[in-house]
Write a protein that binds this ligand. Sequence first.
Ligand SMILES: Nc1ncnc2c1ncn2[C@@H]1O[C@H](COP(=O)(O)OP(=O)(O)OP(=O)(O)O)[C@@H](O)[C@H]1O
Length: 655
Amino acid sequence: MSSIVEQDGQKQLDNYVKQQLRFIEDSEKQELEEVEQRVKTLSPGTLQNNGLALLNMRIASGRTGLGGKMILELERDAGFCSIPALPAHSFGTGDVVRIQESGASKSLNSADSSISWDAVVVRVRENTISLALENDDKIPDGRKRLWIFKLANRVTFEKMRSCIQQLSKISLESSTPLVSVLLGMRKSTLASEELALTYYNTDLNESQKKAVSFAVSAPELALIHGPPGTGKTHTLVEVVRQFAKLGQRVLVCGPSNLSVDNLVERLAPCGIPMVRLGHPARLLPGVVNYSLAYLSRTGNAGEVLRAISQDADALHAKISKTKSGREKREIYKSIRALNKDYKKYEDKVVRDIIARSQVVFATLHGAGSKLLSHKQFDVVIIDEASQALEAQCWIPLLQTKKAILAGDHHQLPPNVRTKGRYVSLFESLLSRYGPRVKRFLNVQYRMHEVISAFSSKSFYEGQLKPDSSVKDRLLKDLSGVEDTDLTNDALYFYDTMHEYFEDENSVSEKSVLLQMSKSNQWEAKIVCNHAASLVDAGLNPSEIAIITPYNAQATLLRNLLHERNLAIEVGSIDSVQGREKEAIIFSLVRSNDEREIGFMSEKRRLNVAITRAKRHLCVVGDAMTVRNGSDFLKSWIDYMEENAIVLAPTEDDLK
Ligand SMILES: Nc1ncnc2c1ncn2[C@@H]1O[C@H](COP(=O)(O)OP(=O)(O)OP(=O)(O)O)[C@@H](O)[C@H]1O
């Protein structure tokens, strides 16, 4: 009979599982409803204009891809489009899309396979988009005009659900101590003594070295808390190398392809046998040579696979020339048989490659691949763990006895709609176990001192210090940049003085569905003039980014910059997390009598926005509206007024 402690533990686990499943279900429902509403309400033209659909497409070619999937390459139908380039769109690899025949009424029912097909984007080029069909029993007619639109990505929810269900089945008695630690049922064990390591990277600072030896020595769990620019990735590279030296097998994951690829790129020169799972079309170019697809296609095994896929491709080509329905069916049958052979042989090849690799890289989602099922690793490392959903983290965590999570809970959490503040696994472990499971990286290599000081004081208890190599860097120190009033300081604030109110934006259903929202044309003018002055002073436009919390403001800014021929990136705060530029201009937008500050009320969003700039941060906004938003925002505005060069809009700005 199980003890009371175990019964309590089981109850706790059941509750945890229920709570996670409810969260997954709610998030999925909300995402599906939003997509459904968008597709139902908006015309195909509006969807295309907002980057969510591509109209007037036709099949350019078909082939067999990795996993024996049928890949269709779509291009614009020359009969309907004057230029071959795809219009501006937001499709990216991994997106789930629906393909439909043009003219057929929009189908939201995936079972309706006579007019619609679901597929995953595997490659996007200037003129074409390639899609892997989910099910190739029936293929769209190559002579028909097609259109595609974005769907919610159900696959991710499915993987999280199956992983949490797996968790519900484990027996606490026989599971690893790590599982109990992660569930909060027992404290993590401390290493009796930390290993004395010889570091590969002799440039590591003291806090990075401490984090490495703590992580390598910890029996079950280690958290590395790295504020902006403190070298989390740098530190994790050393951690992986140390584990490799000890002969351990490591699974390295992150929530996005980029987070994983950054680590692959930096570990590539170290000569450790490694493989990156995931479709090569989704990977950074420098990483492709480590992808499973590349490795499985080189050498003898690759030749066999190439021969099978060439046979299948030849049959694909034959289809378009075949008129008889019966012949076509026969060809499809042969293609399917070849795809099956391909898959069988490929499975064997890829399993061998994985078995030989000491370090395996995958996104959290990719760690749920069948290729890794029942595989155990000595260590699982999750980078950017604070940007991952808790259920996603469990996907690799069930495959190990030891976990290392790196992240910063004071930056943005994963992009998911929740009622309250989203708390990641990283953050909940940190608040549950505190300093005993974490090491803090305290030197940042990005920002001028005055840019980072507010963030350091407000989020990191004043512990975040600039390295001496960056603390005084200004734009004027860059070669080719003149010494002007706008380049000889690091922090600037245009206070619009409660005189230039935000625009009266429409709040139609359409604007809400497209997440269009607030704009402020006065601010947009000031921002563009400021950017133009920096370019006039000699700064390369690619070294400037403009960020704003509102889509409508971003659109307005892009149009103004386009009119002035300024090729400057404009993005949301979420889109610049993890990135940096020499100069950042931050447009706050909100200026009203109601003291509404909307998106800016999320502290973590502000922290990300103000920690992207290396040498120049210019904030444009209405101090009075923002100050009234909260005590925290008041303290930020006070800091700006005391430490920034405060500027007022000029007549030129207001023309
Ligand atoms: N010990 C060090 N000595 C010198 N430069 C360093 C050191 N550690 C990190 N850096 C530099 O700091 C920058 C940021 O490093 P890295 O990309 O590893 O940080 P990160 O914490 O992953 O970044 P982010 O803030 O985007 O999460 C890089 O240019 C890196 O070369």
